[in-house]
Ligand binder design. Structure first.
Ligand code: ADP
Ligand code: MG
Length: 703
């Protein structure tokens, strides 16, 4: 089916009243290139001009109002900056003063004393008299005398457009002209009938009109509801189709057996019993790798839920079936830690494992690459260096990506090319994301959740402290160190104020040193301006327990595992996102000892900051925190989502409209279940719409 020419594809300058010059402005200022773009420039509120009020009704509480009456007493008053034009509008019930401070000469010329006007604007009181500044005025005619029979839309515009006479009202006129040219056939229905009935949705053609010029508030609401649903539903159909196609068409290696490596490890070397969640996820992965399809699974596990062990067991499964496996971490330190912990666990098994990062060079690198290629090496752990073309596997069966949100979708896709049949992919993220966001961002993946921490973990006591309580916080750290424990002190590092942040970090470091003098106490510092070697060395000192305090920026945020650390102090905590705070807090409480997180802030805090800190103090559950974070900050601010382009909804908002999103998701899944290729007659409109507009959506960016 080809793309049909639609009047909506016409260039904006072809619209009556627009022309080339205004067309250029609309393109530059509002990105309006076609009729469709104009149609989809939605009003953000409406003005009710359906009633004309008596002037007597104006009170000090009146905001915007529409009145009508005879104009008189047009007068120029004041000098220079105090210059203004005033006039009086009288109806049978009273009089209202009108006033202009700008464009005076033009207004003065256009006003006709003694004629009847219909006037709209915001009222205020000046010198004890009701006044309306810069009102909208129109001569009263038989047509407008009863007021408008629709609500007037208010559109976003820009100062530049306004100054060229292309403000919100002009845009409204254009839209009205456009709608006048459109036939129902130009806006064909794209939602299947059964859905329309089930959700009581307004037809597309009517909704496109009513969203611009609703005849009542209720009609406007229904139009908005319909168009939001359409947006969410279409995005879900696209994502679910991608997923179901992959399920149907992709080929994947079959991990037939659970073999000697897995069994030997499970029976003799497993350091603890698996949690219920770990077992459940393993079962899901086992199923995925049995069916002959490529696995694409997202493992969302809260900090400390034990994802590494799950990764290891999956890799053993791959090895038992004659495949290689790789594990990719976002930083060298993390890759190193994975190698060490996994290497230690596998010490007694006949498994060859190596590390590949940017730092591995020369002969060592050559040897590793050769062994990867020959198949001698079973497991490769590394950073994104694994993605390089020079890394050629003998038979890669499974690729695991740890701490996903630092990797893009494109990088995920590059892993697929590492074998003739793409390897199974397991993406693990330590930052739980809200369900609705996951649906939108990772809707093409199967999702596993690990919301259970290993037994015996004590909750991390989290407190909020302000500057004047600092001495007692420092004393507390001393107590913990006396018990043989270690502490982190973390400083924010935000790009926009990097210089200042580094100064604060250094000052902070000096202060900490003053509280904790050498040689009794030893402090290590890690930040992004150090070379990776220095960073590595300093980090290792802390890991090995050679110093008690680690002063750092958020470079330690993800993954690092030092079970002996029991205190996490976060400076200027109000400047961090909630997920980030949760991540940082997750660096402690990893051993059996009681752990603490201290959120330091200045004495003065905004209401929102206080709320956010409260969330941290009250909840230790990453999933709960993620939901709250999104509620408080909106989805656009959640780490890693900003650039994705997947959240570019025009009307819908995945926080406010989450119930609708869930309904849309469920409807999309059900629809594709019965009609995966959209061949049923009732889905014809949907298919045509998807094909005609596929290129405009984020969908094309994912696939
Ligand atoms: P994350 O999910 O944050 O990556 P890790 O895999 O680093 O968590 O595990 C956190 C800690 O919990 C590690 O010290 C690990 O050895 C331990 N751990 C993992 N699974 C279990 C389990 N089933 N029982 C007890 N401790 C576990
Ligand atoms: Mg981890």
């Amino acid at each position: 089916m080809g793309r049909q020419e639609s009047i909506l594809d016409n260039p904006i300058e072809y619209l009556k009243g627009v022309g080339p010059q205004r067309g250029d402005l609309l393109k530059k200022e509002l990105n309006l290139y076609t009729f469709r773009d104009l149609l989809e420039l939605f009003p953000y509120r409406y003005i009710d001009k359906s009633v004309i009020c008596p002037i007597r009704d104006i009170t000090p509480h009146t905001d915007f109002i529409q009145v009508a009456g005879v104009l008189s007493d047009v007068e120029l008053l004041g000098e220079r900056r105090g210059r203004r034009l005033t006039a009086t509008l009288k109806d049978d019930t009273g009089a209202l003063e009108l006033v202009w401070f700008q464009g005076i000469s033009w207004v003065q010329k256009s006003l006709q004393e003694g004629r009847r006007y219909i006037v709209y604007g915001r009222t205020g009181i000046f010198n004890g008299v009701f006044q309306m500044a810069h009102p909208e005025m129109e001569l009263l005619t038989p047509e407008n005398a009863a007021g408008q029979d629709y609500l007037e839309p208010v559109y976003p515009s820009t100062e530049k457009l306004k100054s060229r006479g292309l403000g919100g009202r002009a845009l409204g006129k254009f839209t009205q002209a456009l709608l006048g040219q459109l036939q129902p056939a130009d806006l064909p229905e794209c939602l299947p009938d059964p859905l329309m009935t089930r959700f009581r949705l307004m037809p597309r053609y009517l909704a496109c009109r009513a969203i611009h010029f609703p005849r009542s508030e209720e009609e406007g609401k229904q139009a908005l509801r319909r168009l939001k649903f359409e947006e969410l539903f279409l995005s879900q159909v696209r994502i679910c189709r991608l997923k179901s196609r992959r399920h149907l068409q992709s080929r994947g290696w079959i991990f037939e057996k659970v073999g000697p490596c897995f069994n030997a490890f499970y029976e003799h070397h497993l350091p603890f019993t698996l949690t219920g969640a770990q077992k459940r996820v393993l079962k899901e992965i086992r199923q995925d790798t049995l069916g002959g399809r490529q696995m694409n699974r997202l493992l969302q596990g809260d900090v400390g839920s034990g994802k590494t062990l799950v990764a290891l067991l999956c890799m053993l499964l791959a090895v038992d079936n004659g495949f290689q496996a790789c594990l990719m971490a976002p930083t060298e330190i993390l890759a190193q830690q994975h190698l060490e912990s996994i290497g230690a666990l596998l010490r007694e098994l006949p498994i060859r494992i190596a590390l590949l990062t940017g730092a591995v060079k020369g002969k060592e690198r050559k040897t590793i690459l050769a062994q990867v290629k020959s198949g001698e090496l079973h497991m490769l752990i590394g950073t994104h260096a694994l993605l390089e073309e020079g890394v050629v596997f003998h038979n890669l069966g499974l690729a695991i990506v740890d701490e996903q949100h630092r990797f893009g979708v494109a990088q995920r896709a590059r892993l697929w090319k590492k074998n003739t049949v793409p390897p199974h992919i397991l993406v693990m993220t330590a930052t739980p994301i809200p369900r609705t966001l996951a649906m939108t961002l990772y809707g093409d993946l199967d999702v596993s959740i690990m919301d259970e921490l290993p037994p015996g973990r004590q909750p991390i006591a989290t407190v909020h402290r302000s500057e004047h309580q600092r001495p007692s916080v420092m004393d507390f750290i001393k107590d913990e160190i006396r018990e043989g424990r270690q502490a982190y002190i973390v400083y924010p590092l935000i790009h926009e104020s990097e210089k200042l942040d580094y100064e604060n970090l250094m000052t902070g470091y000096e202060n900490v040193k003053a509280y904790f003098p050498e040689p009794r106490y030893l402090i290590s510092m890690v930040h992004g301006r150090q070379t990776s070697e220095v960073r590595e060395t300093n980090m290792q000192r802390f890991v090995r327990g050679e110093c008690q305090i680690m002063v750092a920026t958020t470079v330690i945020e993800v993954g690092v595992n030092v079970p002996n650390a029991t205190v996490m102090v976060i400076e200027s905590a109000e400047r961090f996102g909630l997920s980030q705070l949760h991540q940082l807090r997750g660096r402690v409480g990893r051993g059996g000892d009681k752990s603490y997180c201290v959120l330091m802030t200045g004495n003065k805090l905004s209401r929102e900051s206080r709320q956010r800190i409260q969330v941290m103090v009250q909840s230790g559950n990453g999933f709960v925190i993620a939901e709250k974070d999104m509620e408080l900050r909106g989805p656009g601010d959640i780490e890693g989502t900003r650039q994705s382009g997947l959240l570019d909804f025009k009307l819908a908002d995945i926080v406010r409209d989450r119930v609708m999103l869930e309904a849309a998701r469920e409807a999309a899944e059900a629809l594709l279940q019965t009609d995966p290729e959209l061949q049923l007659p009732e889905n014809e409109g949907l298919l045509r719409f998807l094909l005609s507009r596929g290129h405009q959506t984020a969908w094309s960016r994912i696939s």
